[in-house]
Structures are given as C-alpha cells and as structure tokens.
Write a protein that binds this ligand. Sequence first.
Ligand code: SF4
Ligand code: SF4
Length: 111
Amino acid sequence: MDAVEPGDPCRDCGACCQTLRVSFYHGELDTQPNGFVPADLAVQLGPFRACMKGTQWGGGRCLALTEDKRCSIYEHRPTPCRDFPAIVDGALNPKCLELRKSCGIRQENPG
Ligand code: SF4
Ligand code: SF4
C-alpha cells in the first residue's frame, strides 16, 4: 500500500490489505533490536517469520487496516507493504486490478 493522498490509487482501496498474506522477517517486529512493526498486530509464524494478524491464513483482513481503508501503522508497516507497488509503468498495477475485482472495488485506473 502506497501513501494515501488525494488522487492516490490506494485511497478507499485496501484490497491488498484484506487479501494477501503479509509475512515478513521477524526482525522487523518492534520487540527485536531495530524493529519497527508493532508486535501486538502480528503473529509469529516460525522461528524467523512473522505475519500481520488477520492475514496469516490468506484472504483475511489485516488488523492494521482501518474501517476507512487506511493503514493505521503506515510509518511502521512491514517490508512487503512498502515494496508492493500500486503504480507500474504509469498505470495501476495489474495485480491491484485483480485484487480490487476480488474485493468488489472500483476497477478504473487513477486519472
Ligand atoms: S491493492 Fe493496490 S491500489 Fe489497492 S491499496 Fe493495495 S497497493 Fe494500493
Ligand atoms: S500493515 Fe498496513 S499496509 Fe500492510 S497490510 Fe496491514 S494495513 Fe495494509
């Protein structure tokens, strides 16, 4: 999910945050040295992996996603959220279109 500002494709979307399994290296948890992701919003998957709560089974909603489709921990979100691009080659990421469709969210590209 990118920054949510006027005209941003992530505004009123959040499809990735309620569809994908968001797992990451557990060193990103704020219980670890230099970690930053709130550990109370994550579950440990194994010795070295953590996952945002709610997404661990796939198809579930991340606990950090607010009712108005914003990331409540935007500055502290894990790497997969930072790396997932909403825009690819100047257009909405085709994966976003696919995810939006599965969530019943508008399909158009941002203008
Ligand atoms: S699915 Fe794409 S457009 Fe929607 S919130 Fe995620 S990154 Fe943004
Ligand atoms: S941490 Fe934020 S950006 Fe990442 S899946 Fe959860 S709500 Fe979305």
